[in-house]
Design a protein around this ligand. Structure first.
Ligand SMILES: Cc1cc2nc3c(=O)[nH]c(=O)nc-3n(C[C@H](O)[C@H](O)[C@H](O)COP(=O)(O)O)c2cc1C
Length: 97
C-alpha cells in the first residue's frame, strides 16, 4: 500500500461483465481505503456506463475515503454509492434504487 502505483495481479485478468448494468465491488478497508487490487480490477475491466456500488468491511473505518479515492482516480466511473457491511447479512446493501 505504500506504493500508490502498485497493481497486484488479478487471478483472472478480465471478467465478462457485459450482461450486467450494475457492478458491486467489495473489498476490505486497508489504511482507510480500498486495497490496490481494486485498482487492478477497475483498470482491467470495462465498467463504462455501469452503475457501481461499493461495499466493504473494516475494523471500524467507514467507506467514505475509499469511495472518494476511487471517484477521484476514476472520474469516468458512475459510483452511485457504497455501504459498510461489517456484521451485515444479505439484503442489507443499499444500491441507491
Ligand atoms: C494491512 C491492513 C490494513 C488495515 N487497515 C484498516 C483501516 O485502515 N481501517 C480499519 O477499520 N480496518 C483496517 N484493517 C482491518 C480490515 O479491514 C479487516 O480485517 C477486514 O475488513 C476483515 O474484517 P474481519 O477481520 O472482521 O474479518 C486493516 C487490515 C489490514 C490487514
Amino acid at each position: 500500500m505504500a506504493d500508490a502505483q502498485s497493481r497486484p495481479a488479478l487471478l483472472e485478468q478480465t471478467t465478462n461483465l457485459s450482461a450486467y448494468d450494475t457492478s458491486y465491488i467489495g473489498f476490505l478497508i486497508w489504511w482507510y481505503t480500498a486495497p490496490h487490487i481494486i485498482n487492478s480490477f477497475v483498470e482491467s475491466n470495462d465498467l463504462t456506463g455501469k452503475r457501481i456500488v461499493l461495499f466493504a468491511t473494516s475494523g471500524g473505518s467507514n467507506i467514505k475515503k475509499a469511495m472518494e479515492d476511487l471517484r477521484q482516480a476514476y472520474p469516468q466511473l458512475n459510483i452511485v454509492g457504497g455501504k459498510m457491511l461489517n456484521g451485515a447479512v444479505s439484503g442489507d446493501i443499499d444500491d441507491g434504487r
